[in-house]
Design a binder for this molecule. Structure first.
Ligand code: ADP
Length: 520
């Protein structure tokens, strides 16, 4: 419904018989209101769709077809609206006519039926109070749109914040990898701390970014068939150090039979990382966490049960809401943002699954059960992606384009350490010139670059060097539309920061494989 301030005060009048419309309009004008006389129901409904405060209609104007048109216009109203209609009853208004009115228009509209003859002041006061109610509706709408805008702002802020936080983190992570090569026992402890904290921060940032992606439906699942036990085992292995550090026992019984699911393995691991992370976070030292799994009819279930602080019955539903946290001092000491369980629930829902929680109360531990649809049996597990690197026999010549010096130097050292021949460029124009001069086999391009952005670099390099060059985008943004933009610019792969070196190597290896198969 489009409207402006003037149309919001308009009183629509529809009274086809005799001089009723003119009389009503005159009464309303005299009272300082703004009547608009409509020639027929079509004109009335169009004016209503443009925006109006109240409608005054004589019952004679509500013949069957006109009623249907009015019902249609009222049904189209937005959620916040309940357009007030003052209907001046026929003389005399039969019981049947009243009933017809309330069963049709009354079902979808806010109708006040007034008997005639009518005192002008009664009409004016009825219309005025209807206008007040309508003004309130407009206020509600304003409030709703402010709220909507605030939510959009929040999501934009979260996306930018995560993006900005990723850059420094990428540099730290790469620096760490370089340091790890020097086997110096004195450094091992502080390095392990940095590594753990970087991983923790990376996860928080991912969650922040994900929650806005998931809740706005922007996550696209990359499904494949796999045995859920493998993904669980992987997650358990990753979580083991955290359990050891907190002196919490971790016991898994995943059964002897495959648990086939058609799912996005990365997202599924994210779900169980979150559940296990909570379990260890909310279980004091000396406690224990049991992970079990099995098949129940058409579903696979996984249960994470802890002996920790437990959850009060009244919080059992709320904990899945965004930013919801149980207000306990222990929780705050454990950190967190109240995002994890929202993600767990949303990611499982995307897979057609659910999560439920049970707890007998404070101090009695908690039990989370995730369920996913069972898939038809699949084949033996595919070759692990880590093997991809072995496919590179001759390392390609890489041109690395990154304006952030720390990131550039660290990545250069890493790639060089792996045996790649690496050249670098610090801005878009230099990148294009260097690519034309050196004709590298791979160009890794940061997207946010000075002079020419990464997309433009990709387009120009692709034009100069053709299909033989592999273009890898490095970006702080990992949303579906960001990936799509990269592909449209001619990139072969899109990696998000902080770049996972294994992921980068896999992208380079897949290039080596496709080059090899092209030669055959
Ligand atoms: P966060 O842990 O970051 O606060 P979550 O969304 O993961 O956010 O969890 C929401 C809240 O649910 C937590 O603040 C905590 O109070 C409660 N909770 C989650 N898991 C457990 C658990 N295993 N035991 C007790 N309370 C839990």
């Amino acid at each position: 419904m489009t409207d402006d301030a003037a149309s919001r005060d308009r009183v629509l009048v529809l009274a086809p018989a005799g001089r009723d419309a003119q009389l009503a309009a005159a009464v309303l004008s005299d009272a300082g209101l703004a009547p608009l006389v409509c020639a027929d129901m079509e004109a009335f409904c169009q004016a209503l769709e443009r925006g109006a405060a109240v409608g005054v209609i004589t019952q004679e104007a509500l013949a069957r077809e006109a009623r249907a048109r009015l019902v249609e216009a009222l049904t189209k109203q937005p959620l916040w609206a309940d357009f007030p209609l003052v209907v001046l009853a026929s003389r005399p208004a039969t019981h049947a006519a009243r009933l017809r009115l309330s069963e049709t228009v009354g079902e979808v509209g806010n109708v006040t039926l007034m008997d005639r003859p009518l005192h002008p002041e009664t009409l004016v006061s009825t219309v005025k109070s209807a206008m007040r109610a309508r003004a309130r509706q407009y206020q509600t709408r304003e409030l709703m749109s402010q709220l909507e805008e605030a939510v959009q702002q929040r999501d934009k802020f979260l996306a930018t914040l995560s993006h900005e936080l990723r850059n420094p983190l990428g540099a730290i992570r790469n620096a760490m990898r370089v340091l790890e090569r020097h086997d110096d026992s004195e450094r091992r402890r502080p390095m392990a701390i940095i590594e753990r904290q970087v991983a923790h921060m990376a996860r928080l940032i991912e969650d922040l970014l994900d929650v806005s992606r998931v809740t706005t439906g922007k996550v696209v699942l990359q499904r494949r068939r796999f045995d859920l036990r493998d993904a669980l085992q992987q997650t358990l292995t990753q979580m083991e150090p955290a359990f050891e550090q907190h002196h919490v026992g971790l016991i898994a019984s995943l059964g002897a039979h495959p648990l086939w699911v058609d799912a996005d393995v990365v997202r599924i691991e994210q779900v169980f990382t979150n559940l296990l992370n909570n379990a260890v976070k909310y279980t004091p030292a000396g406690g224990r966490v049991d992970v079990s799994a099995g098949v129940d009819g058409p579903q696979v279930w996984v249960r994470v049960r802890d002996t920790g602080v437990g959850i009060e019955p009244e919080m059992l539903t709320a904990i899945f809401d965004l930013f919801s946290q149980v207000d306990r001092s222990l929780d705050r000491a454990q950190g967190g943002m109240g995002i994890g369980l929202t993600l767990v629930r949303s990611l499982l829902a995307l897979h057609g699954g659910t999560v439920t929680v049970a707890s007998e109360g404070l101090g009695k531990g908690s039990e989370f059960t995730a369920r996913l649809p069972l898939a038809a049996p699949g084949e033996a597990p595919a070759v692990a992606s880590g093997d991809a690197t072995s496919a590179i026999e001759e390392k390609p010549h890489v041109l690395l384009v990154e304006d952030n010096e720390d990131n550039r130097e660290m990545l250069r050292d890493l790639l060089a350490g792996e045996g790649f021949r690496v050249d670098v460029a610090a801005d878009g124009a230099e990148a294009v010139a260097e690519a034309q001069r050196l004709e590298p086999e791979v160009v890794i391009v940061d997207i946010g670059l000075p002079v020419l952005d990464g997309f433009e670099v990709a387009r120009r390099v692709r034009r100069s060097l053709g299909d033989s060059v592999t273009l890898v985008a490095l970006s702080g943004y990992g949303r579906v539309e960001d990936r799509r933009r990269s592909m449209e610019a001619g990139f072969d792969a899109h990696l998000t920061k902080p770049v996972d070196f294994a992921e980068l190597q896999a992208a380079l290896a897949s290039r080596a494989r496709s080059a090899a198969s092209a030669m055959r």
